[in-house]
Design a protein around this ligand. Structure first.
Ligand code: NAD
Length: 361
């Protein structure tokens, strides 16, 4: 049965289909691990036409061109994104999926040209970079959507609606963990914290984004500890942590307690995204909830349960670009999450309590 809730929940995909008479000509900058994955999702979205691909690695450009050709399209390949944008004035939108230390410059350059931009998370390496991207977005003609695709994941959407509708009462505490094996060793920039922002900014930012969304306010302060306890100099030159724990304190005595480790026996691995309220608690990723002191967990009603977060995020990007709408993962929300992650990293590195005022301009 189609209800008002169904309509609201399916809005991005349906609207994208409705606007398919309008076309969004998209270019990719960066088609490595992430870019090649969202490309496949974007190629399924009605109205999206990928017309150009740029990467420093010619083999990756060719692979992306082949993927586009298999779907009946054709795209031009480039190694220099400035040349691509100069030559192909017809490009309406750009997906940026390059290493984190390149986000700020590429995002600002594309926004200044009036393009609609999908910028992979996090917004930047530090608060100063977030400031600059925020400033460029405020004066841009196009929209900026950030790659926090979990905001479009059906389970998380259902859980967030439940929380915002008062299902667990007042939010009082959040607990998050992301425990697993180490990062892919063939991606050197990830292991260099100057390039990635370290794992708390590059990886944990996804769950931080969800938690801050649920809490609905920026934190007051952060405290924590972390380091390299197992993978010392593995791979060679590693500067990113293999474990950390941070507690952020929010207004009204709300705390977020988050741990991440990379040397987990796979049998233990997993993620928790738990938001606790005065009446019950919900795990966002699993869309399961239970009452305070209740013994049973219940599955929430999940609309679009068969849809994937990446498809939903790309469909929303097409719809937002064509309709000039503010994305759900917009620069305010994504800038906030990136700053919260940066705060946690500062607390660990500097071994002190870091206040919110230190990460805002
Ligand atoms: N949203 C998610 O779930 C998710 C998942 C993984 C990665 N990411 C993000 O996506 C981004 C890319 O990560 P990845 O894992 O794909 O890395 P990757 O190393 O696999 O791919 C990055 C690509 O960018 C290219 N590149 C670098 N500088 C460039 C430039 N100036 N011009 C053109 N191409 C350039 C590289 O050659 C490479 O092919 C990062 O910001 C990362 O944090 C997001």
């Amino acid at each position: 049965m189609i209800t008002r809730r169904t309509l609201l929940a399916t809005a991005p995909a349906i609207l994208a289909a409705q606007t398919s008479s309008k076309e969004l000509r998209v270019a990719y900058i960066g088609v490595g691990n992430r870019g090649s994955s969202t490309l496949k999702s974007l190629l399924q979205v009605p109205g999206a036409k990928v017309v150009a691909v740029c990467d420093l690695d010619p083999a990756r450009v060719q692979k992306a061109i082949d993927t586009i050709a298999q779907k009946g399209g054709s795209a031009k390949g480039y190694a220099d994104y400035r040349k691509m944008l100069e030559e192909m004035k017809e490009i309406d939108a750009v997906v940026i999926a390059t290493p984190v230390d390149t986000h700020k410059n590429i995002a600002i350059a594309t926004l200044e040209l009036g393009k609609n931009v999908y910028l992979e998370k996090p917004v930047g390496i530090d608060a100063a970079e977030v400031d600059l991207v925020e400033k460029a977005t405020r004066s841009a003609k196009g929209i900026l959507q950030v790659g926090f695709q979990l905001r479009h994941d059906p389970n998380r959407v259902a859980a967030m609606k439940f929380i915002q509708g008062g299902g667990i009462g007042e939010v009082i505490y959040c607990h998050a963990m992301r425990h697993g094996g180490d990062l892919p060793r063939d991606t050197p920039w990830l292991f260099d914290k100057k390039r990635s922002g370290d794992i708390i900014v590059e990886q944990a930012c996804h769950i931080i984004d969800l938690m801050v969304w649920a809490i609905g306010a920026p934190p007051l302060r952060a405290m924590g500890s972390g380091g390299i306890n197992l993978y010392k100099n593995v791979p060679q030159g590693r500067t990113i942590m293999d474990n950390w724990s941070v507690i952020w304190e929010f207004p009204n005595d709300v705390r977020l307690n988050f741990s991440q480790i990379y040397f987990d026996p796979r049998g233990f691995s997993g993620t928790n995204e738990r938001v606790f309220g005065s009446k019950g608690a919900v795990d966002l990723g699993k869309a399961m909830w239970g009452e305070v002191e209740g013994r049973e967990l219940k599955k929430l009603d999940v609309e679009n349960a068969d849809k994937d977060a990446n498809y939903m995020a790309m469909a929303a990007f097409v719809d937002n670009s064509l309709g000039h709408k503010t994305p759900l993962a917009n620069i305010q929300s994504a800038g906030l999450s990136t700053r919260v992650a940066v705060m946690g990293r500062m607390a660990i590195e500097q071994k002190r309590i870091v206040n919110w005022s230190e990460v805002i301009a």
